[in-house]
Design a protein around this ligand. Structure first.
Ligand SMILES: [Zn+2]
Length: 363
């Protein structure tokens, strides 16, 4: 796959081209941006370009040499890939420093220090860096401080704020923006096994610029739930009219696996944040193409808040930004295994109070 198929990240590519041309590639990068905008693909493509044995232009993988083929198949001996297993809350320590009985004899920190097998360098990609715990981050520090010659480590996370500070301070941050709706729709169109009854343009418009979110929304139940959730937010009374029950039913429909239920609640939180961000743009009159698909709901929410609650644009924006903070807190509570039925009602209550312009006691 050529670089041209990696959409919308031209400035990141140019930055790496420059660094490679000047022989100034850093040893550790932190890629941040929304899930599903192509950070992982970009990292793999960069790895392929750096490990390619047949490139004629710098940082352009030939796509046909054995090394390129091995990167595509994710079997290249100099490429180390680490991610969080679905059933774990964090990336296990042993992925970095091996099992207790073989400490520092296996794992990423050991492997990245070995002599490269075929490429001129070792490259490690850590997905899900949001789920590095202190132990995991500490185990990486030595590698970050004394990186093996010409090794490259790429950590991929959703934002800088979610990373442990010792990692951020030792990494070069590269930001990845959202994809446009057209780009999302075009990627969905190229997915052969995507089955959905919703038009791809509608999925893209509701995706917030994320392919993985669009794929989740391809599931009819999820798409319909999002619509009714956005209406509940637009009423500025989420949580009223038994809507809590609807949210719990949506989580239950994920099946018995509690990790899946938690993922769904995090997704519900993302929907709320998307709406609230839109509310800020709408209330302050800042243009944003992200809000088009929610315009009706935002219009009625702003109307309710201005007429019934006599709130100014600035007050609406403040209420929304409080509600975003509150939602991020809900999402972190979910991650620490709080019971959804216990944490959803107080979350809705706090958000509704804020949207009603009531004084907030943050606790
Ligand atoms: Zn190649």
């Amino acid at each position: 796959m050529p670089w041209s198929e990696i959409l919308n990240h031209r400035s990141a590519l140019e930055r790496f081209q420059k660094s490679v041309a000047n022989n100034r590639l850093a040893s550790t990068y932190l890629f941040v941006g929304k899930n599903g905008v192509g950070k992982h693909l970009f990292a793999l493509k960069l790895a392929q370009a750096l490990l390619c044995e047949g490139n004629t232009e710098p940082l352009t993988p030939c796509g046909t040499c054995p090394s390129c083929a091995q990167v595509s198949a994710q079997t290249h001996p100099d490429l180390i890939l680490v991610s969080k297993p679905a059933d774990k809350a964090f990336i296990p320590l042993e992925f970095f420093i091996g099992k207790p009985e073989h400490r520092r004899q296996t794992g990423l920190c050991h492997e990245i220090g070995l002599k490269p097998f075929r490429g001129g360098r070792k490259i490690a990609i850590i997905d899900d860096a949001d789920f590095l715990n202190i132990e995991g981050a500490n185990s990486l520090l030595k590698t970050l401080e004394e990186p093996p010659a010409s090794s490259l480590l790429i950590l991929i996370g959703s934002s800088e704020q979610k990373q442990i500070s010792t990692i951020v301070s030792r990494s070069q941050t590269v930001r990845f923006g959202r994809l446009t709706d057209e780009e999302v729709a075009s990627i969905l169109g190229s997915m052969k096994d995507l089955e959905t009854t919703t038009p791809l343009e509608d999925l893209a418009a509701a995706s917030g610029g994320s392919v993985s979110r669009a794929v989740e929304l391809a599931d009819d139940e999820t798409y319909l739930f999002r619509q009714s959730f956005m209406s509940a937010m637009a009423s500025i009374d989420p949580g009223k009219d038994a809507f809590v029950g609807e949210v719990l039913a949506f989580l239950d429909a994920a099946g018995k696996d509690s990790a899946k239920k938690r993922d769904r609640l995090v997704m519900v939180g993302d929907f709320a944040i998307e709406f609230l961000r839109g509310l800020i743009s709408f209330a302050l009159g800042t243009n944003s193409n992200e809000i088009e698909s929610m315009a009706n709901g935002l219009d009625s929410a702003v109307n309710l808040m201005q007429t019934r609650k006599r709130m100014s644009g600035q007050q609406i924006a403040e209420a929304a930004s409080y509600s975003i903070e509150r939602t991020i807190r809900l999402q972190s509570d979910v991650r620490t295994n709080a019971t959804p039925a216990n944490i959803i009602p107080p979350w809705f209550r706090d958000v509704a109070r804020a949207l009603h312009g009531e004084a907030l006691i943050v606790g």
